[in-house]
Ligand binder design. Structure first.
Ligand code: IDP
Ligand code: MG
Length: 141
């Protein structure tokens, strides 16, 4: 049975700086994702640390949270059947050196740290990440 899923994606500061917002959103729409909610904002270092708390012990945590708070980002709530896995596929591998042709990271990522886009990796993280950026009423559709 196919089930409708929701996932959270972020167009990261590097992609915003490269004027890639429109191209990336076009990829979401062309690939059947419905945009439920969307906003552009800049998060603080502290907010980035909260969002990425699962990575707190990793060596790249400080650089990652500096990067994610370094400029505006665009956050979107997306809906589709199998949205979580399908978005991960459309994003491509974390390290763009390993990303497949036709993926967003292949086209827009610079390196493993500045990799253009975030996508939730499971149902529980999607729930946490959607509620981090969007209130219930914004997703009630
Ligand atoms: P994902 O974004 O593909 O889910 P994660 O392993 O969850 O990858 O890592 C979160 C983010 O942390 C990555 O998207 C990337 O920006 C950064 N990151 C991951 N691994 C490294 C690394 O080895 N060096 C620097 N940054 C990294
Ligand atoms: Mg991840």
């Amino acid at each position: 049975m196919k089930t409708l899923q929701r996932t959270l994606t972020i167009i990261k500061p590097d992609a915003v700086r490269r004027n890639a917002i429109g191209d990336i959103i076009e990829q979401f729409e062309k690939n059947g994702f419905r945009i439920l909610a969307m906003k552009m904002l800049q998060i603080s270092k502290h907010q980035a640390e909260q969002f990425y708390a699962v990575h707190a012990s990793r060596s790249f945590f400080n650089g990652l949270t500096d990067f994610m708070s370094s400029g505006p980002i665009v956050v979107l709530a997306l809906e589709k059947e199998n949205a979580i896995a399908d978005l991960r596929k459309l994003m491509g591998a974390t390290n763009p050196a390993n990303a497949e042709e036709g993926t967003i990271r292949k086209k827009w990522a610079t390196n493993i740290e500045h990799n253009a886009i975030h996508g939730s990796d499971a149902e529980d993280t999607a729930r946490f990440e959607l509620s981090f950026f969007f209130a219930g009423y914004e997703l009630a559709k």
